[in-house]
Ligand binder design. Structure first.
Ligand SMILES: [Zn+2]
Length: 327
């Protein structure tokens, strides 16, 4: 079951979260793999997209915000676009668009930052927008301060959090064909740090640096293999057995991270309706069926002549047929 665990280090200005997506991640991969137009993701794309999905959940869970957190990478290589979208209730979906063949074992720069033009954008899109309100968006290049290409998504996002939120963060991310997982450790701003002043304030800040650095070093020692194969309790015990960890109730099932896409057969039916009978019939005559793929999750919806006739026969009461018709 997909799950999110949040925790704090008692007495220290450091917090963390760990996410494991299994069912949710496999559903995303299965929909894409079943799409007869796109086929499954190449392995390097699958790994990056899984890391983005895990990171999106971690970032969404670390802010107080009602709306969608959208993590996007705009690439200048074979991967043109990768998107992970996580709602406040932790429902999520992800997609990627390719322009050319992805070489086996392609690194992050080879995928999306071939000529240094790759970008990562984090958008917070509020659910209840006020009139004229724009979503907040932060954009970072996929290079470090010295202009060197960053090798991993975790580095890109740590860089982003340092720049935009002034928060030190350490991320470990990994994904394969079964699991997408991530660990986030964040240094929280010290309350009243600015007011302390003098040597007392400086030494308090210095102490907090050391505490954070110690925990960040422990977190960074987590390997990809461990993150993918070990359960959450084991990971936290192995990394932080000497620390005073206070854990919150895990979020799983209906309250945890889970796959959700807004597409449905009914929605596609309504789209056909607005396309008009004539247009629908000409596609049917040409192709034998009408096939509409969801751009976000890859799910394909097919309507044959009988399905289409139903849509136009009773447009206002159109109901999705039994699941066998949806295959
Ligand atoms: Zn969809």
């Amino acid at each position: 079951m997909s799950e999110l665990h949040k925790f704090i280090f008692e007495g220290l200005p450091v917090r963390g979260a760990i996410v494991r997506l299994d069912g949710a991640w496999r559903e995303m991969l299965a929909r894409r793999a079943a799409n007869t137009t796109t086929g499954a993701y190449p392995v390097p794309v699958r790994e990056l997209l899984g890391e983005m999905a895990a990171a999106g959940v971690l970032m969404q869970s670390s802010i107080k915000f009602n709306g969608a957190l959208v993590l996007q990478i705009f690439g200048d290589g074979p991967l043109r676009l990768a998107v992970a979208e996580v709602q406040s209730d932790l429902s999520l979906r992800a997609t990627a668009a390719l322009t050319s063949e992805v070489p086996d074992g392609a690194t992050l720069p080879a995928l999306v930052n071939v000529a240094g033009g790759g970008r990562c954008a984090i958008t917070l899109d509020p659910q209840d927008k006020l009139p004229g309100q724009q979503p907040y968006q932060g954009v970072v290049p996929l290079v470090d301060e010295a202009g060197r290409p960053l090798a991993s998504l975790s580095q890109v996002l740590a860089h982003y959090m340092r720049q935009s939120e002034q928060l030190e963060a350490t991320l470990v991310l990994a994904a394969d064909d079964q699991v997408a997982a991530g660990l986030l450790i964040q240094r929280m701003p010290l309350m009243g740090q600015a007011n302390l002043g003098g040597s007392q304030g400086e030494s308090a800040a210095h102490g907090a640096d050391e505490e954070y650095n110690r925990i960040a070093t422990l977190a960074a020692s987590l390997t990809r293999e461990e993150l993918l194969t070990l359960d959450v309790d084991t990971v936290l015990r192995r990394l932080f057995w000497e620390e005073n960890l206070a854990r919150f109730v895990p979020q799983q099932g209906a309250l945890g991270p889970r796959f959700a896409c807004s597409c449905s057969r009914e929605r596609v039916g309504r789209m056909l309706e607005s396309l008009g009978r004539e247009e629908a019939e000409s596609i049917l005559a040409e192709q034998g069926q009408i096939e509409v793929g969801c751009e976000y999750c890859g799910q394909q919806y097919r309507f044959d002549a009988v399905d289409a006739a139903q849509v136009f026969a009773a447009p206002s009461v159109f109901q999705p047929p039994t699941p066998s018709g949806a295959q």
